[in-house]
Design a protein around this ligand. Structure first.
Ligand code: FAD
Length: 454
């Protein structure tokens, strides 16, 4: 960072983007003894009077923690977070039902607040107009420019990456982006008498089919509520009264907790934000430039894995550096299928979180999966557990999930068929009074129909 070592013989790594992934990556490269320079468009947020942007708090899970651990930062970050044990589903009537993430005592998620990224901010420096290959052109706040020689340019400049734009000019670079019809808006739920307004160690969810709201706790005892809804629905609400009417209809239990006046005001404070899913490949150009984090794979936020996947990119790259000479092509080979798998899973969860958590069949299957995992912890592992609590490669987790699903569904079918056959045998051997039978049979049928409802 402008130090005399910059002119030393050490290999120079230019990390473009000092967000979560860029800052962590800088630590990884620095730990390996590279001369690291980080280029960041935004000013140093430690010195800024007003921090632009949003206060998104993030769920940090196993993959992200492992990456932090690698550079000795795990405890520092985790101690600033709040553990989450389960989801808490809020029904329309205000009833709250917890759905645990994994087994009791399993390592849980930690919420990071935006402040946590301040720990990384010492790497934040100038603006940059990045150019691939050996040189990056830096535009300093005074308008001057500088050619920066770098042995490796690492593009960690987020979902709208300027580095990735350089890739787009090249042949055989695959790229796709999808905006989902939903946007998101953040609202704050203040503490009540100095305490959290709801139980803090949960991801609170209000699933309402085509839209939903979630709330995550912050260290200052507030909750950040994020409303996910189609843009056209956001736009339909144009007055404070309409905001209250909408919340009264769908999230009545939150009105006294957020506060009617705050709702009327805050709904119009900032417009709803878009969410994009980006897939591309390859992640590298020659031996000079590589993409990581959202620059390589922006995912929709419904698996809580965007940052975790980006952090895991850093650890995978580091592991490959230990084993291969041609690091960049190997990184693309290993990482693309995994990042594409988590992008697809996040999209799948986009539907699951809104609709399926209300479904009896979904809840039943979750219980069956968790029970089988309890009985056979190595043979059956729920998808969520593999993604969130292990470093199983994302694409392997998906393959295993499909296999397990097939096996469990077949098992359930055979068990049901076995129960029917067994029951029939008993009935034939000991015919009961037909009048007593009708009501329980009817009940069982209704229950089966209910369980199959998606
Ligand atoms: P960014 O955080 O976008 O950082 C990129 C940085 O590059 C920025 O600082 C930017 O200023 C800088 N930059 C951009 N262009 C240039 C340039 N030309 N030159 C220099 N610098 C530049 N992930 C989780 O793991 N768990 C969650 O619970 C979770 N929840 C989320 C909730 C929401 C609503 C959203 C939108 C995302 C969520 N994510 C979550 C995803 C997570 O926020 C991102 O995956 C993560 O921020 C990606 O980090 P990054 O460093 O790759 O990109």
């Amino acid at each position: 960072e402008g130090s005399p070592e910059r002119h030393s013989k050490k290999k120079v790594v230019a990390v473009v983007g000092g967000g979560l992934v860029g800052a962590l990556n800088a630590c990884f490269f620095a730990k390996r003894g590279f001369d690291v320079e980080v280029f960041e468009t935004r000013e140093d947020i430690r010195q800024a009077k007003i921090v632009k942007g949003r206060s998104i708090n993030l769920a940090l899970s196993h993959r992200g923690r492992q990456a932090l651990k690698h550079v000795g930062m795990e405890e520092k970050i985790v101690s600033q977070g709040i553990p989450m044990h389960a989801r808490m589903i809020h029904s329309l009537s205000g009833k709250q039902s917890p759905i645990p993430y994994g087994k009791k005592g399993q390592v849980n998620l930690i919420i990071l607040s935006q402040n946590t990224s301040l720990l990384f901010a010492e790497y934040v420096i100038y603006k940059i107009r990045p150019v691939c290959h050996v040189a990056a052109v830096s535009h300093r706040p005074d308008g001057s420019t500088e050619e920066v020689e770098a042995d490796l340019i690492v593009g960690c400049d987020g979902a709208f990456s300027a580095i990735r734009k350089q890739f787009l000019r090249r042949s055989r670079f695959n790229y796709s982006q999808t905006y989902i019809p939903h946007g998101y808006m953040e609202l704050t739920m203040p503490p009540i008498n100095g305490e959290f307004a709801m139980k803090p160690n949960y991801l609170h969810i209000w699933p309402r089919n085509t839209f939903m709201m979630i709330a995550l706790p912050n260290m200052d005892k507030t909750f950040t509520c994020t409303l996910f809804m189609p843009f056209e629905e956001f736009e339909k609400i144009t007055t404070g009264d309409e905001v209250i009417e909408f919340f009264q209809k769908y999230f009545p239990d939150t009105i006294p907790l957020i506060g009617a006046d705050a709702l009327r005001r805050d709904y119009f404070r900032l417009p709803a934000q878009a969410m994009v899913s980006v897939k591309c490949s390859p992640y590298h150009i020659g031996d000079k430039c590589v993409l990581m984090g959202d620059a390589a794979h922006a995912v929709v936020p419904f698996y809580g894995q965007g940052m975790n996947a980006g952090f895991e990119d850093c650890i995978v790259f580091d592991e490959i550096m230990d084993q291969f000479n041609a690091v960049l092509p190997e990184y693309t080979r290993v990482r693309v299928p995994d990042d594409h798998a988590i992008a697809d899973l996040a999209m799948y969860n986009y539907i699951e979180m809104r609709a399926h958590v209300n479904s009896k069949w979904f809840l039943f299957r979750k219980h069956v999966d968790n029970f089988l995992h309890f009985l056979m912890p190595r043979a059956i592992i729920p998808l969520y557990t593999m993604v969130t609590f292990t470093r199983t490669r994302y694409h392997e987790a998906v393959e295993r999930w499909h296999w397990q699903d097939k096996v469990i569904n077949r098992g359930l079918l055979f068990s049901a068929a076995g129960a029917v056959l067994g029951g029939s045998y008993v009935l034939i051997k000991n015919p009961p009074d037909i009048n007593k039978l009708i009501s329980p049979a009817e009940k069982m049928w209704n229950r089966l129909v209910a369980l199959r409802t998606p």
